[in-house]
Design a protein around this ligand. Sequence first.
Ligand SMILES: C[S@@+](CC[C@H](N)C(=O)[O-])C[C@H]1O[C@@H](n2cnc3c(N)ncnc32)[C@H](O)[C@@H]1O
Length: 268
Amino acid sequence: MPSVYDRNRAAWNRLAEGSTFACVATDAECREPLKALDSRGWLPPSVAGWDVLCLAAGGGWQSILYACAGANVTVVDISPAMLRLDEREARRRNLSIRIVEASMDDLSMLPEAGFDLVHQPVSTCYVPDVERVYREVARVLRDGGLYISQHKQPVSLQVVGRDRNDRYVIGVEYFHSAPLPPTGDMLYREPGTLEYLHRWEQLVGGLCRAGFHLEDLVEPPRHDLRAAPGTIGHRARFVPPYVRLKARRVARHSGGCSAPQLWTPESP
Ligand SMILES: C[S@@+](CC[C@H](N)C(=O)[O-])C[C@H]1O[C@@H](n2cnc3c(N)ncnc32)[C@H](O)[C@@H]1O
């Protein structure tokens, strides 16, 4: 039987053709890369010269934009087809990026404390243990380094459908730990993948336990007051789909969650 990793690699190899997550960076975005990457203003005015890891971020968007912003980019993803988009776009735009095919929960091929920033789009739902990912990110980040990640909210992964009054139905237990069952509601799921629900205690508590300070938490808006039932905009009025976290690597010698490190654009 294929492992969860094999299943998700195969699914994303298929999704690399046509998924909304496989849209490469446009010329307009490349002209103002930080504007495209950082709608919240979490990054400093420049990341030129920074060592940036785009984690589980194949698809030719994040890696290309950070490279356009002057960063030294490494992109890790489990799907060769998604990574081919990064490779193709980098070649087309004459950018140099490092491409690594690996799983986000085993970054042993990357050096300890080798990065100033790890940027991870929605993807921890594809691995059983989010805290293992956090420990790997903590290992590869430098002290004071920034970790920006986006995740699916647990409640969104508990929804299995809609009732006759267009109310969204929770059908998966909060403590469900196996891969999520197939459901009639695929609005915020990707076909063919195996996904896991990570609880708040794991998503946020796990981050602190791995050696990070949480600096901000936002819920990217996807709701649309005029959207019809059964659309992503309607569902998001009732169930928030995503959460985005800004976290800072605590200095290694400080022994865990202590006072935050001061951070300036000049001291990556
Ligand atoms: C939602 S897409 C994110 C990429 C996209 N560039 C974006 O803009 O959001 C999720 C990515 O996670 C990758 N992925 C799934 N399981 C993974 C794993 N175990 N390790 C690394 N990447 C994984 C997929 O191949 C896919 O490229």
